[in-house]
Design a binder for this molecule. Structure first.
Ligand SMILES: Cc1cc2nc3c(=O)[nH]c(=O)nc-3n(C[C@H](O)[C@H](O)[C@H](O)COP(=O)(O)OP(=O)(O)OC[C@H]3O[C@@H](n4cnc5c(N)ncnc54)[C@H](O)[C@@H]3O)c2cc1C
Length: 409
């Protein structure tokens, strides 16, 4: 896909062939401007292919107003992009223009109907046209020229002049996909401030995992996970929880990762609907039934077996034999299952990077840099990350659209 005809001045140079860059290239194509997309690795959309476990949760179909609250403290920053190109419009674009049939799952999550991320990627590449995309082009810097154009320098020595540049080279999570923090270096050398980068949406390793006798792979539906600052809840999430070999994963815990570090404590309510009253009456109804089996009506059996392994209780005891103290102690363990992080969340296995290019220096109505005319941003490069559920790709697409619509050509 190497194109030697790079001598002209392009309307747009796109750095990064991930979700944000690829969608931007589609919108540039539709707008009819001259552009080139430069990708460092030998293939495009490496991270996109991994999304949703290969199924690709491409959008979240909530309204812009509802979506706004899913980007932590960056709702105001991202709102113009989401409102300018709502997820419902992106849905139509993907189905009608890219030709990929979509389907909706619970919580407004949208996937390709084939549940294959490859289908989205192939459709993007075919829409953009391979002649407009160059892989194996490792961009080293962007320079401002005296005539107001921008020059993209490639590590191999080539230079390309563009009237506008979209920096969409990602963050630093999953570096094996190509996103290893180059965006920050390029933006930083143009004077942009960077906020501290860390893992967001990441599984965690916990202390004493070996002592929690539940198998890796055990999933618990709809738990409530909380982190505290003193006595105050600092953040609370709701969703599924997954036990791994070394700790915990699943949306409920992953969404807390951006606020966790080694030693952080997560308190998990493993059965939010369960109260002492409900447990007591379930036990009274079945006095001869094993306590562990009654508990397994509210939590998975292997977890119930672990809970009743506290001193004074045993998995064989009947409900009638369970004292008030044991019932209360077991309930407390279920309602406030405490785990301590053995290490900080690892950016290498985080789905998204929290932090990045400071959004205060980016015009939220155009995605253009406030410091460098003609420089635009979209995607994970920005200090703007979403929770789990298709919100990050939704952001990439909306920001890419806003940037392309805002180019002055
Ligand atoms: C396992 C996993 C599952 C996920 N699942 C979902 C999901 O289901 N739904 C969802 O919304 N989000 C999901 N995400 C998050 C989502 O994938 C990211 O938010 C999104 O891909 C970011 O897109 P981007 O274009 O900003 O960056 P990237 O996709 O990282 O693309 C950046 C591109 O720039 C290239 N690049 C880097 N440096 C240079 C350079 N110097 N020169 C040229 N090119 C360069 C990189 O090689 C890369 O191809 C998931 C992430 C992971 C890791």
């Amino acid at each position: 896909m190497r194109d030697e005809k790079l001598n002209q001045t392009f309307d747009l140079g796109i750095i990064g062939g991930g979700a944000a860059g690829l969608f931007a290239a589609c919108f540039a194509k539709k707008r009819g401007i001259s552009f080139k997309l430069f990708e460092k690795t030998l293939s495009f959309g490496n991270k996109l292919l991994l999304t949703g476990g290969g199924r690709c949760n491409i959008l979240n179909l909530k309204t812009p107003g509802e979506l706004k609250s899913c980007y932590h403290d960056k709702g105001n920053f991202i709102y113009p992009a989401l409102a300018g190109f709502p997820a419902s419009d992106a849905y139509v674009f993907i189905e009608k223009e890219l030709g990929v049939k979509l389907t909706e799952e619970e919580n407004n999550r949208i996937f390709p109907a084939s549940f294959k991320s490859r289908d989205i990627l192939d459709a993007l590449i075919s829409y953009i046209g391979e002649e407009n995309m160059i892989s194996g082009f490792d961009v080293s810097s962007i320079d401002c020229l005296s005539d107001g154009t921008l020059e993209i320098k490639i590590r191999s020595g080539e230079r390309v002049t563009c009237r506008n540049v979209l920096l969409a080279a990602g963050g630093m999570s999953y570096p094996q996909t190509g996103s290893a923090g180059d965006s920050y270096r390029m933006a930083g050398s143009l004077g942009h401030s960077l906020t501290e980068t860390r893992a967001a949406l990441a599984p965690v390793k916990i202390e004493d995992r070996g002592k929690i006798k539940v198998p890796a792979g055990l999933t618990i539906k709809d738990v409530a996970a909380r982190i505290f600052e003193g006595d105050k809840i600092m953040r609370e999430t709701r969703g599924d929880l997954l036990f791994t070999h070394e700790g915990l994963s699943g949306p409920a815990v992953m969404e807390l990762a951006r606020d966790l570090k080694k030693g952080s404590v997560i308190r998990i309510d493993l059965a939010p609907g369960l109260t002492d009253e409900i447990l007591r009456s379930a036990m009274e109804e079945h006095p001869s039934k094993k306590f562990v089996n009654v508990l397994s009506g509210f939590i998975p059996l292997s977890l119930a077996e672990y809970i009743v392994s506290i001193p004074g209780a045993d998995p064989g005891m009947s409900c009638a034999k369970v004292t008030k103290d044991i019932r209360k102690e077991c309930l407390a363990l279920i309602k406030e299952f405490k785990v301590t992080l053995a290490s900080g969340p690892d950016i290498k296995i985080a789905y998204v990077t929290a932090g990045g290019v400071d959004t205060a220096e980016v015009n939220r109505k155009t995605m253009e840099s406030r410091l460098v005319k003609g420089l635009f941003f979209a995607g994970e490069v920005l200090d703007c990350d979403g929770i789990s559920g298709g919100y990050n790709l939704t952001a990439c697409i909306a920001q890419a659209k806003l940037a392309i619509d805002s180019l002055r050509i």
